[in-house]
Design a protein around this ligand. Sequence first.
Ligand SMILES: C[S@@+](CC[C@H](N)C(=O)[O-])C[C@H]1O[C@@H](n2cnc3c(N)ncnc32)[C@H](O)[C@@H]1O
Length: 280
Amino acid sequence: MSSSKQASRRNLSVKGLQAVLADKLDLRLSGWEILGGVMVVRLDPGYSESEKNLIGETIVRLHPTAVTVVNRMSIDDELREPVTEVIAGSKTESIHLENGCKYKIDPTQVMFSFGNKEERKRMAKISSPEETVVDMFACVGQFTLPLAKHSRPEKVYAVEKNPVALRFLKENIAQNKLSNVEPLLGDCRDVCPTGVADRVLMGYLFDTHLFLPTAINALNEHGILHYHFNCTEEKLEGEIQRILNLALKHAASANVSKTVQIKSYAPKMYHWVLDIDIEK
Ligand SMILES: C[S@@+](CC[C@H](N)C(=O)[O-])C[C@H]1O[C@@H](n2cnc3c(N)ncnc32)[C@H](O)[C@@H]1O
């Protein structure tokens, strides 16, 4: 490969791709993210099959690491299963490296949010060797892996309801040589351990409040909840008060020690996480 070609591959941007394709089509996409060798794009609707294939094959030709391109149309239902189509290449499983962790993942089967990258980094340093942690919505180990690997807590119970995600989680625990993680299959409301945790991760954005009783039950006499939710900036104060009032139905005290805005979720809607100190 010539050095100018290598340079253009290294620097490939959405604008560059739009320019390359300009005489054939008008490229409109709402995002692209590389997961190991798989590029996940979100194309605007309306392209024909041959146009989608042209976009996919052009990305594979020009991107330094993409061997497969997946178009993600939506994410369905409570298990957050993606609805996708492969538009170039065929191998959809690959290894994504982040925070010193190896994530084996197939974006046609499970979701992995790039917008949560900073929170995954924060979770890597949040715990300590004397802690027990429960991750109620572990998926492939987005939070469990960096936390277990870098903070080295005594134990992480990683709960996941979707058997496909659990299979990846188990492989990732092995890939990262983690002996302090116990994966648990099932609805967290049924399988979460009780009275053991110093810290509970509630990384789920849909009716998170329904899981508060389980999360508080999982805690020791006191501990910390990492409570995720979606809300506008205008309604944030009221929503925090509502969450604390719900927590106080199951605990003697509940106080927010930190509020983090994680990402924009939709126009004016943001993904937040609260660190809540709980005394039972
Ligand atoms: C969107 S992923 C979030 C992964 C990770 N916590 C994060 O925030 O990046 C949510 C995961 O929770 C799982 N899930 C949904 N409801 C659940 C439940 N009641 N009990 C256990 N897992 C559940 C889904 O299958 C999915 O893998």
